[in-house]
Design a protein around this ligand. Sequence first.
Ligand code: ADP
Ligand code: MG
Length: 322
Amino acid sequence: DAIANQIAAGEVVQRPASVVKELLENSIDAESSKIQLIVSDAGKNLIQVVDDGKGMSETDARMSFERHATSKIRTSQDLFNIRTMGFRGEALASIAAVARVELKTKTESKELGTSILIEASEVKHQSPDTMNKGTSIAVKNLFFNVPARRNFLKSNPVEMRHIIDEFQRVALANPQVSMHLTQNDKEIYNAPGGKLSQRIVHLFGKNYQSQMIACHEETEWLKITGYIGKPEHAKKTRGEQFFFVNNRFIKSGYLNHAVQGAFEGLIKDDQHPFYALYLEMDPARIDINVHPTKTEIKFEDERSVYGIIKSAVKQALGTHNV
Ligand code: ADP
Ligand code: MG
């Protein structure tokens, strides 16, 4: 029912960037090799994601907007165990409760695809459509029926910053996928699928080519890969700092402190180095008492994780034995 959907939507969809995150992750789950994000007015009027993934059948397309009764997971251990990014089966239902959604989708085997128009959880139109394999979801007039939320949206630059943050996180977690972003018809990113180092250069600039140091460490239970920026290129601003655990972006002030500590003596206290670090570990080592939808997580032995990250970064910096 519409009201329940609208209430639940509040948890999943807080701002345009929340929609971007869910749609991009769905495209990743659909095994797309190419994903295009189109936004206008910082997502307030249009957020569209076009992918070349496996698409949906006519029935699945309709079903995708129904809130799933049961969750696929119970704990965050499951969360970090499962192969797909999605698990709650409520993102599309939540988005469709507070916007106008146009879905077009086609699977490999079908001649025709399906086009569906949904507004405030109501299917307004469904028809067969010619299209290529893949899915396009356009979210228009976000929060048109929730004025309180619409009024609380921040300025376009602020909302766009959040969108770009989400885009960068997905792009860094999936460098093999070609990813494209346009805002108000202006190209912001055009990153072909390739190696992580190339992805970083496409996202942050050509000068990163010479600024990156590879980072690699492997213990019995933790593997760390990725790149750190050279100390002389540290910036006064935070924001180009990324941790992924089992390929999921996470925020951790604690682990950030470990990296910052490894740079001690090489950068000033108010400077922040670039890093994109990927941790792989048994999900059983991740604390289950953390809410699955949050990007913050806890490790069972976070002091060890801290120590291993710090020494890995120090080693990469070549200051390990200094
Ligand atoms: P979840 O991702 O948690 O399963 P969502 O509401 O995000 O829930 O999506 C519901 C379902 O719709 C997905 O499980 C998937 O089957 C289908 N779906 C959504 N987006 C896409 C897409 N871009 N390509 C193919 N299938 C999709
Ligand atoms: Mg999803």
